[in-house]
Design a protein around this ligand. Structure first.
Ligand code: NAD
Ligand code: UD1
Length: 346
């Protein structure tokens, strides 16, 4: 079976993808520097699947380590999750973001070139669509992006495009995630934000377990039915399964759907939007916990509505999200109920 290197594999999306990779019979190597995670998710991934992960602790920017990993293993493809992802922090520390995300990716691509492993799936974000008209389709140009985090995503996408143009043996799939929430149905792995969460579901969970007294809803005067912003939430297990479908097509070097740059880009979303208040109500219904909230001012840079056109991935790869918003809330709730301190209980 093929061997896949997963960078950032102890993180939220990486750990869920490792479960799906192992369940599909792949050999899994993980590289992570624990800048936003710990080793505990690997232990739990192994418990869920009954299979082993080969783990390397270290930084993507360490080319000697990357060489060692590629020399010791016959790697068929890379799934590249490793990166910093907090939008606000990226505005405060832009150089850290460019160094980690951009330089880290360049170091990885260089070593992949050196070892002639030229198949990669890259984690991009809906943030690259910026102010485009809705729903967002893969053929759209980049929108106006207001922060360094989003710009690193565009730049890495462009580097991958240039690489593919320079050499036809590079096969690249870019997956643009919408808003991943939820957790594995076992309740053993989930999202563990460090400090105060920036994103909505992790904040709801903190209120649910009593760590914070209330949620602040950023604005209720948008032009949406209830005045709060609408997002395309996707279950993280659906997202992880999307990587398996993409990987199968990559390993078969299926060139279908390549754009003029020679790369394949797919949205991973459900195509449906829910407002902040709808998400709160659904969470309350499934958890039977009241989420106290108050309305505050808008958050800078927030778009009123964001949702995907998901027809390309369904048409070309046959992938479609399966889990609804209730399942996303139920699974998020199970994770936090079982692990109110995240992985820190152990
Ligand atoms: P995460 O922070 O949970 O996981 C990222 C992992 O990468 C962490 O375990 C971290 O320790 C590791 N890492 C960071 N820099 C590293 C480096 N230089 N060397 C080695 N390891 C490093 O984040 P996530 O939510 O799982 O996101 C995974 C990817 O998906 C990221 O690239 C992120 O930008 C992208 N993405 C996430 C979302 C989201 O809402 N979660 C949305 C769109 C795109
Ligand atoms: C975030 C990222 C974006 C990334 C996307 C997908 C920011 C500024 N943007 O945006 O780059 O592509 O996730 O992962 O982080 N909300 C509240 N109260 C809160 C938190 C959020 O009302 O405490 C609202 C927000 O205003 C927004 C919605 O909830 O309307 C969703 O917020 P969030 O989870 O941060 O996702 P995005 O805004 O899509």
């Amino acid at each position: 079976m093929d061997t896949v290197l997963v960078t950032g594999g102890t993180g939220y999306i990486g750990s869920h993808t490792c479960v799906e990779l192992l369940n599909n019979g792949y050999h899994v190597l993980v590289l992570d520097n624990f800048s936003n995670s710990s080793f505990e998710p690997i232990k739990r991934v192994e418990k869920i699947t009954g299979k082993k992960v080969k783990f390397y602790e270290g930084d993507l920017r360490n080319k000697e380590l990357l060489r060692k990993i590629f020399k010791a293993n016959n790697i068929n493809a890379v799934i590249h999750f490793a990166g910093l992802k907090a939008v606000g922090e990226s505005c405060a520390k832009p150089l850290e973001y460019y160094d980690n995300n951009l330089y880290g990716s360049i170091a990885l691509f260089e070593i992949m070139n050196e070892f002639n492993t030229k198949k990669i799936i890259f984690s991009s974000s809906a943030t690259v669509y910026g102010n485009n008209p809705l729903p967002y389709g893969e053929e759209m140009p980049y929108g106006i992006i207001s922060n360094p985090y989003g710009r690193t995503k565009c730049m890495i996408e462009q580097i991958l495009g240039d690489l593919s143009k320079s050499c036809s043996s590079w096969h690249t799939i870019i997956l643009r995630y919408f808003n991943p929430i939820g957790a594995h149905q076992s309740g053993m792995i989930g999202e563990e934000p460090q400090g105060i969460p920036n994103n909505l579901m992790p904040y709801i969970l903190k209120v649910a377990v009593g760590d914070f007294p209330e949620l602040k809803v950023f604005g209720d005067d948008y032009e949406t039915p209830d005045g709060t912003c609408i997002r395309d939430y996707i279950h993280v297990v659906d997202l992880a399964k999307g990587h398996i479908i993409a990987l199968k097509s990559l390993l078969n070097s299926n060139n279908q759907g390549k754009n003029s740059e020679g790369i394949n880009i797919y949205n991973l979303g459900t195509g449906k939007g829910y407002s902040v208040l709808e998400l709160i109500k659904t969470f309350e219904k499934v958890s039977k916990i009241k989420i106290k909230y108050s309305i505050t001012q808008r958050r800078d840079g927030d778009l009123p509505i964001c949702f995907a056109n998901v027809s390309k991935i369904e048409r070309e790869l046959g992938w479609k999200a399966k889990y609804n918003i209730e399942a996303m809330c139920e699974d998020s709730w199970r994770w936090i109920k079982n692990n109110p301190r995240g992985y820190k209980n152990v």
